[in-house]
Design a protein around this ligand. Structure first.
Ligand code: HEM
Length: 370
């Protein structure tokens, strides 16, 4: 009913239909990702100072940056992580189920992605606790900051500590490469230039922000969808194959999108969604809404893992399509499969009832605790 809507509070235009969201994401020249100042502060979903320019850059800078970092995310490298994801999931699940009541987010959904990223990067095992703390405080800071624009002190401190450590690691790997992601990024390979220590730090921070909370939320949303749809839970118990777990995760990405919206800025007047958006306007592309557009996904409110999810908007579309999608597509199904295999039945604790806290931002969606 409202393909194009002005939202006064957000000072943004909202686009809600699948076709229009896809159009905007495909046309980076009309809908720019570069940072904009509205009301004196940067606006945007992922945008935070010191994050690598990648996500907030337009071509040609974006194209070059993407080329530099995408060599660390090839299908071969990501698929090789599967055994480790399985092993870690198993360990976390064993620890979690040693108690009869637990917080799924704290016990599995949150530590799994951040540990895998730390290992991929090659963070020294003795610094992994620090890394997790930096990640947690920086992400919490970002979420707290989205509505107010102010970053909590703990987050500022963590960013400073992380910068010192990552610079040291980047220097060390440049001198003496190991088989990890940072070693790859600080070396020149096949004519692709090396990243500077500052760029390594900024890219690592982007991975933390773009990769951790999102995968954590997907895991939480997946479990929630299964608890709320017992017939689907039963079907998965009957066939807990990796393919069936993947189908459940894909449908959860559509049904309960971990990233609800992306910000863009129009570079000129654009006719879209049955109206006109003036030049230099903020536009929020509602990914969650596009995923529930009945023109694209019939009966969108039905949670149906057997449906065709082709055209899903949850990872974005076009040149900024999520770099980490293949990693999430390994992590989430593998963790779910281990859960199905090792935990006979999961449900709300009596204290949870149905009340869920989703935190203060609408951009990133997932339960705080479960
Ligand atoms: C970009 C969603 C997991 C790294 C994006 C974008 C979306 C997204 C919507 C597009 C942003 C834009 O167009 O402005 C998600 C979701 C995830 C997930 C829903 C999990 C459920 C990950 C993981 C990583 C990652 C695990 C890395 C470890 C990135 C990066 C970009 C990105 C680096 C920027 C790409 C570019 O600008 O070219 N993600 N993401 N994401 N994501 Fe993800």
């Amino acid at each position: 009913r409202a393909p194009l809507l002005w939202n006064e509070r957000m000072k943004s235009w909202l686009l809600s239909r699948h076709e229009d969201v896809a159009f905007a994401l495909k046309n980076a020249a009309l809908f720019s990702s570069s940072r904009v100042q509205v009301g004196g502060r940067p606006r945007g979903v992922f945008q935070v100072e010191s994050v690598a320019e990648l996500i907030t850059a337009d071509p040609p800078v974006h194209t070059q940056m993407r080329g530099l970092v995408s060599r660390a995310f090839t299908p071969r490298q990501i698929n090789a992580l599967e055994p480790r994801v399985r092993e870690l999931s198993r360990e976390l699940i064993a620890e979690m189920t040693s108690r009869s009541e637990f917080d799924f987010m704290d016990a599995l959904a949150s530590p799994l992605p951040v540990t895998i990223i730390a290992e991929m990067l090659g963070i020294d095992p003795v610094r992994r606790r620090d890394f997790k703390r930096w990640s947690d405080t920086i992400i919490a800071g970002l979420i707290a900051r989205l509505p107010t624009g102010e970053e909590p002190e703990a987050a500022t401190r963590s960013r400073a500590e992380m910068r010192v450590y990552m610079t040291e690691v980047a220097e060390a790997r440049r001198r003496e490469p190991r088989g990890d992601l940072i070693s790859l990024l600080v070396q020149e390979t096949d004519g692709v230039p090396a990243l500077s220590p500052q760029e390594v730090n900024a890219f690592t921070m982007l991975l933390l922000i773009a990769g951790n909370e999102t995968t954590t939320n997907l895991l939480g949303n997946t479990l929630l969808a299964l608890i709320r749809h017992p017939e689907q839970y039963e079907a998965l118990r009957r066939d807990p194959s990796l393919a069936a777990c993947s189908a459940v995760c894909e449908e959860t990405l559509r049904f309960d999108s971990p990233v609800l919206g992306l910000s863009r800025r129009t570079t000129q007047e654009v006719e879209v969604g049955g109206g006109k958006i003036p030049a230099e306007s903020m536009v929020v592309l509602l990914l969650g809404s596009a995923n529930h557009d009945p023109r694209k996904f019939p009966e969108p409110e039905r949670f149906d893992p057997t449906r065709d999810t082709h055209g899903l908007m949850s990872f974005g579309h076009g040149i900024h399509f999520c770099l980490g999608a293949p990693l999430t597509r390994v992590e989430a199904p593998v963790a779910l499969r281990e859960l199905m295999e090792h935990v006979p039945r999961l449900g709300f604790s009596p204290r949870q009832s149905e009340h869920l806290d989703y935190g203060p931002t609408f951009a990133l969606r997932g339960p705080r605790s479960l």
